[in-house]
Design a protein around this ligand. Structure first.
Ligand SMILES: [Zn+2]
Length: 206
């Protein structure tokens, strides 16, 4: 699932040879584009293999906007295509990037364990039920009926409610995730608007 959040402070430079050292690229970019260049990072694919794209972070969203409008950046006399950098999706369950909490492998393995636990509970209640039936031959019929009912009904009911709680928690987590994502996007655009206003104020003073 692709993330829809554009980072206004970063851009991606495509087709950058894996042999090019990031430190050298950084120095060259600072020479050409100034101290606004904060960081240069190699990007990786899903298998964590380095790819021919780098992410460059700037301290001004205006400079990023300007470069994206040009569509090009120059490293060592080579013109390179630039594009928007999308913020990685963060999981609220395990904190890793690349998937939503609803698709979290850790949460899913927890659910799997929960199901195994449920099966164990049902097997346990069945065996208890059988024991109760054996003991019923000794005790009074009414007593054995009430005890067997509690042992067979309560454990499955408890595990069902545990599953519902899990589902509710996952639902809540993804709701919060959406709210925070929307908030982050709004904050980013608000910051760039404020930066523009500050820029205009500084310009009008000079
Ligand atoms: Zn996760």
């Amino acid at each position: 699932m692709p993330s829809s959040r554009i980072d206004p402070y970063s851009l991606v430079i495509v087709d950058v040879s894996l042999d090019w050292a990031l430190n050298d690229i950084y120095d060259d970019l600072v020479n050409k584009y100034g101290d606004g260049v904060v960081n240069v990072k190699r990007m990786h694919n899903r298998d964590n293999q380095p790819i021919r794209s780098i992410c460059v972070e700037f301290d001004s969203s205006e400079q990023v906007e300007h470069l994206l409008e040009n569509g090009l950046i120059v490293i060592w006399h080579e013109r390179k295509k630039v594009k928007e950098y999308y913020l990685p999706m963060l999981c609220f369950v395990c904190g890793n990037a690349g998937h939503r909490s609803s698709a979290c492998p850790i949460a899913q393995s927890c659910n799997k364990r929960q199901r195994q636990y449920d099966v164990g509970q049902i097997a346990w209640s069945n065996s208890t039920l059988r024991k109760e039936n054996i003991s019923s031959s000794i005790s009074s019929p009414i007593d054995s009926e009430t005890t067997s009912n509690t042992s067979s009904i309560i454990p499955p009911t408890t595990s069902i409610s545990n599953n519902s709680v899990d589902r509710l928690l996952m639902l809540q987590a993804s709701k919060f995730e959406n709210i925070l994502n929307a908030l982050e996007t709004r904050m980013s655009s608000r910051i760039s608007t404020l930066e523009k206003q500050i820029g205009q104020l500084t310009d009008s003073r000079q």
